[in-house]
Design a protein around this ligand. Structure first.
Ligand code: PGA
Length: 250
């Protein structure tokens, strides 16, 4: 059985002080959760978030990682730096990185390999734009994005990766994929992983849904057989909302 994983993606919101405040509010609300809970915070918040998280099972994550261990890469952070600051997870290839910062399937793959080698669990984001869905390319696209992102990992490494299926048209728009639509595309991703790495791996990889997931729709999405969690943007910035998503089973 796959343990569900609910991850907050704070994006470019909240500095170190506000991060600590939100975490102190959130901690008691998510106690006893069956899901693994992860907060992917801005990198400058990792230290204060780590302190605020003391005594909690909530895990910390970052929102990007560079693929080189060190060097002349102004503005970038290595896996080792993020680990030292307290991150255990890292979002890679978010559609905002692909759209605004020139991230490609190839750089996503480099970052995934560096994250795994550096002891971080990657949360690899894939998903189609509206016009791609309308043109009927969704299945081929998410298959390609997923397989390229994981190229070079061993099957054992792939098993530990988290994939987030995030239809771009659903991110921050209030539009969600229907429960069945989300599950169907996630099933396509799982089948692609099974075909490439074997059923044991395909059945082990946790695949999240992301895109306007909130307290109202979390239960329905999470009831789908192939959806193993959520990557939550907007609703992760309010403790009560995020806690409700975390406790989707209540
Ligand atoms: P949203 O963001 O929940 O605000 O749609 C999700 C994401 O971008 O990961």
């Amino acid at each position: 059985m796959r343990t569900p994983v609910i991850a907050g993606n704070w994006k470019m919101n909240k500095g170190p002080k506000e991060a600590a405040e939100l975490i102190l509010e959130l901690k008691p609300l998510v106690e006893g959760a069956k899901a693994t809970v992860v907060l992917c915070v801005p990198a400058v918040d990792l230290q204060s978030a780590r302190q605020a998280l003391r005594g909690s099972k909530i895990r910390l994550g970052a929102q990007n990682v560079h693929y080189m261990p060190s060097g002349a890469f102004t503005g970038e952070l290595s896996a080792a730096m993020l680990r030292e600051a307290g991150a255990e997870y890292v979002i890679i290839g978010h559609s905002e990185r692909r759209q605004y910062f020139g991230e490609t399937d190839e750089t996503v793959n480099l970052r995934v390999k560096a994250a795994v080698a550096g002891g971080l669990v990657p949360i690899v984001c894939v998903g189609e734009r509206k016009e791609q869905r309308e043109a009927g390319y969704t299945d081929a696209l998410v298959t390609y994005q997923t397989l390229i992102a994981l190229t070079g990992l061993t099957p054992e490494e792939v098993k530990k990766v988290i994939v987030a299926y995030e239809p771009v048209w659903a991110i921050g728009t209030g539009l969600t994929a229907t429960d069945e639509q989300a599950n169907q595309t996630i099933r396509v991703i799982r089948d692609a992983l099974s075909a490439r790495y074997g059923k044991r791996v395909g059945n082990a990889v946790r695949i999240q849904y992301g895109g306007s997931m909130n307290p109202k729709n979390a239960k329905g999405l999470m009831a789908q057989p192939d959806i193993d969690g959520g990557l939550i943007g907007g609703a992760s910035l309010k403790a009560a909302d995020f806690a409700q998503v975390v406790h989707f089973d209540r």
